[in-house]
Ligand binder design. Sequence first.
Ligand code: MG
Ligand code: MG
Length: 248
Amino acid sequence: MNVTIKNKDEIEKMRIAGKILKDALALIEQSIYPGQTSLHLNDLAYNYIIKQGATPSFLNYEGFPYTICASVNDQVVHGFCTDIPLKEGDIISIDCGVIYKGYHSDAARTFPVGNVTVEKSNLIQATKDSFFAGIEGIKAGSRLGHISHRIQQYLEERGYGVVRELTGHGVGTKLHEDPLVPNYGNYNSGIVLQAGMTLAIEPMSTMGKRYVFLEDNDWTVTTEDGLPSAHYENTILIKEDGVEILTL
Ligand code: MG
Ligand code: MG
């Protein structure tokens, strides 16, 4: 395992990569409504990122064909963009990454399309809240397992499934670096965090069972029982006295 510690200059580049990504996601959020297509959202994100002098992290990553992952309803992650109009009551998870001067940021949000059921709305909120429960009080010297365990506990206590096949990860000059950050596990497990580590923390939850399958496109991960899923992710920096969220 090779967990990198970023210096001041590297952190500054990651802050800028994070800000561009945060703004790209805000732009997408404004454009989500019934009738919109994920292909159009993809174009918005691509154009915005390029205009900032940055590059999309996902486009062509191991052959992935889009700037954003757009995962609708029972799709958990790595959804392909399509020209199928979004419908009132859908939920859509948008995952995106930005490279600025060689450094990546990575973040995801699940958005409602128009009015959604209370159950879907609660799933989105709990998934977001589990991220914050996971990082609460985390600083240099904390164990990675603190984050994993708290995310799992937060979601499972509320009756949601926690997807185990995909994890958070280190992030930096590469989109995916060591360590893996599972969304489940023992509290006192994993590496001891150090100041200067940068991690993508990304709970992926399901309304039903936690089991998933890979769609025929070899990318998209979807719930086996067809029930909705939500995703919430930010890139964070571990500091001596806490955590800085680079994509908020
Ligand atoms: Mg991501
Ligand atoms: Mg990620």
